[in-house]
Design a protein around this ligand. Structure first.
Ligand SMILES: C[S@@+](CC[C@H](N)C(=O)[O-])C[C@H]1O[C@@H](n2cnc3c(N)ncnc32)[C@H](O)[C@@H]1O
Ligand SMILES: [Zn+2]
Length: 271
């Protein structure tokens, strides 16, 4: 059975009552909401690493309004098709667990782990999805054993090549979901004098082979408050011209194109 590893010494953590402990005696208490914080304080680069509370709250509202539902459904359908029965899956950079939640609903026999470096996000994920196992941890030092997963996925979140290759056995699946060129195009037109399309990139990942790249596109019509939340949860929160941002609330209902790439990689099989 796959379980969390100690972030200090990489030995298996055994759970007794509400405490996880390794053979070397490192221990970690389970939080009230059911997650465990496996991010050692000395590995935090800031006091509150990852997305901040405002971004997390904005994203929570956008996900509650199911703005990304067609994407989540597509991810669930694809993963059900590409993964073996009773798959062990990691949602890397899971945020508040929106995609984890949709997957847990659709794949009844799945075991799901989710990690994110932002504690407030993991707290929400654990609170909402009791069947998932959530931890505060870095994507660059994932506290799970080697070759312990059938699949890993990221939705707009960072990943480490070395960790992906370590976590997946030969034939294991990695799904990277990222924005396609036309993503939020109308919004970028509003925010920038000279908007540019997203640059589409296919990363070469050592030990993994790209098997397919599919696009998912749909349009959504957003009320002004949701449009502001969408801006707050994306990199546009930091960019764009101030006056154009202020004008967004005056736009009324706003139709915007959502466009994504689903990049499917497989861990190479050893000859
Ligand atoms: C754009 S959000 C996506 C969240 C979620 N996948 C979703 O789409 O709703 C990116 C997430 O990656 C997390 N993150 C950033 N750096 C990270 C790292 N080094 N390790 C783990 N998570 C990280 C952030 O805290 C944030 O929750
Ligand atoms: Zn230990």
């Amino acid at each position: 059975m796959t379980g969390w590893n100690c972030p200090h010494c990489a030995q298996t953590l055994h759970k007794h009552e509400r405490t996880y402990r390794c053979e070397a005696g490192h221990c970690f208490d389970e939080a009230r909401e059911g997650y465990v914080n496996l991010l050692p304080a000395n590995r935090k680069r800031s006091r509150e690493p990852g997305d901040n509370r405002e971004m997390i709250e904005a994203r929570k509202r956008v996900h509650a309004a199911e703005v990304y539902r067609p994407l989540a459904q597509e991810i669930a359908v694809r993963l059900a098709e590409w993964l073996p029965a009773s798959p062990r899956v990691l949602d890397l950079g899971c945020g508040e667990g929106y995609y984890s939640g949709v997957l847990l609903q659709r794949l009844a026999d799945m075991s799901l782990w989710g990690i994110d470096i932002a504690k407030p996000a993991v707290r929400l994920a654990a609170k909402a999805h009791h069947r998932g196992k959530f931890a505060v941890a870095s994507a660059f030092a994932v506290p799970l054993p080697d070759a312990s997963l059938d699949g890993v996925f990221t939705v707009f979140a960072p990943a480490s090549d070395a960790e992906l290759a370590r976590l997946l056995p030969p034939g294991g699946l990695y799904l990277n979901v990222c924005p396609a060129a036309g993503h939020l195009w109308e919004l970028r037109q509003q925010l920038y004098a000279q908007p540019r399309p997203h640059r589409e990139e296919v990363a070469a990942l050592p030990g993994l082979v790209l098997e397919s790249q599919d696009s998912v596109e749909f349009a959504v019509t957003l009320a002004p408050e949701l449009l502001e939340d969408l801006v707050a949860m994306t990199p546009y929160a930091y960019g764009g011209e101030r006056e154009s941002k202020a004008q967004l609330s005056a736009l009324g209902e706003f139709k915007v194109q959502m466009a994504f790439l689903l990049q499917r990689y497989r861990r190479e099989k050893v000859a």
